[in-house]
Write a protein that binds this ligand. Sequence first.
Ligand code: VGL
Ligand code: ZN
Length: 256
Amino acid sequence: QFDVDRDGRLNDDEFRSFEQHFIRPLTSLKAALLVVDYQNDFIDGSLAIGNGPARENPLEALTPLNGLIESGLFELVVYTLDWHPSNHISFYPNARDNDRQLSEADINRDLRVFDKVRFSTPACEQVLYPAHCVQESHGAELHPRLTLLPNALFVRKGIHTHVDSYSAFYDNNGEGKTELDEELRARGISAAIVCGLAYDVCVAATAADALRQGLMTAVVDDCSKGLDAAEMDKVRRQLTNDGAAIVLSTRAAEIV
Ligand code: VGL
Ligand code: ZN
């Protein structure tokens, strides 16, 4: 209750109280930090970001990333994990040994790692990666130097043999989904700050789906490392066009 006995206007103290108790709760977003796939296999394992054409070093993201995690700015920190069964459709060694049929064109050619192929019934495109992030393996563990918060949420994706999942929300076929959207909604979270690995694959797909969920979405550029520079440029442009903000971690406190 405000003392407006003089002229009906708030004095400075009353205004501060009004701002703090009435305005701020209405205008401040609850934000989640989504730390995408900061796992050994993408850092020094079978699908290391550093081997990509952009030669980025995923460990350069570690200090700003831990800074964000430890900042206390976020209602929730979510760690996503690429978490594949060993017979997963995205693994190059499984391309010809899979319940899904390769397309005629792909059956009859030499396949190489990182080729894009088509499977049938139902049809889907799939890039063939080295085996990576196999459930329960060392490569699938989060990097030992990544700060883990006690009340965090861990979301595993790509867990089904026959469909890949770049996004932490939806499978690549748009059908299956993780618990992430419900967990965010249950907490009243309306902003997703996305970062991690790989910028041009799973970070991009997760941020695009966050926008589709109607979340205010930002990607933290210096906390994200990718495979291909041209792809990363495309992703930055596309996400910006679609309404996301590409920001540096030094600006995080100004947007949440
Ligand atoms: C990823 C390729 C395959 C990623 C996951 O986390 O960006 N990339 N699986
Ligand atoms: Zn994967």
